[in-house]
Design a protein around this ligand. Sequence first.
Ligand SMILES: N[C@@H](CCC(=O)N[C@@H](CS)C(=O)NCC(=O)O)C(=O)O
Length: 222
Amino acid sequence: MSEYILHNYFRSTTSLRVRVALNMKGLAYEYVSYALLDKAHKSDAYLKLNPQGLVPAFEIKGQKLGNGTILTQSMAILEYLDEQHPEPPLLPKDALGRARVRALAQIIALDVHPINNLRVLHYIESEFGADGAAKKAWFLEWANAGMTALETRLQETETGLFCHGDTPSIADICLYAQMFNNERFGLDITPYPTIMGILNQCGKLVAFTDAAPMVQPDAPKT
Ligand SMILES: N[C@@H](CCC(=O)N[C@@H](CS)C(=O)NCC(=O)O)C(=O)O
């Protein structure tokens, strides 16, 4: 019996972040799917788990912390998992290293992902008439801005096989997850050779590939 339930969706990149971390830590979990296109994440039942109506939500069975047996916000969940299950670490041991890794992760988690999220794309469509081409242009503008900044930061000496040294951290997790959105919108990755190299390293790790959208139980069978 697993201790955790991940309320998520195969294509959700924030869910994917948590799946990678769980895999890295070797933690089993129950997978509960909410089809975003069917608005399952806006159901009353799901809003009780996460009033934001966003996936993922992470349930710890049998814990009584007030009402808070449900964790939300993927980055908070990653840090919780890292604190509870320190091996292998998702953050460096030194404070400067942690600040660097969090900054790299946040380029994606705070400055790219939120403005390219499904609800934002729906909103610019319904309120401002953005068609498919306009939504793609919107996505690419902000994703390329983030990738450009990240590629520049990755020229720093702390970068190794991964974003920080030779082991994966939350920065690599965010980058790997973002890659799937980038691909869906046809972002050209070739201007970002360091990012490409790091993604290649992530792709060698089963913890990452097992978290990929198309191998999840709710992914469409092809
Ligand atoms: N900051 C939140 C963002 C969660 C989020 O935006 N999840 C997306 C899927 S990747 C979602 O639920 N989107 C549904 C929508 O936009 O309606 C986190 O990191 O957990």
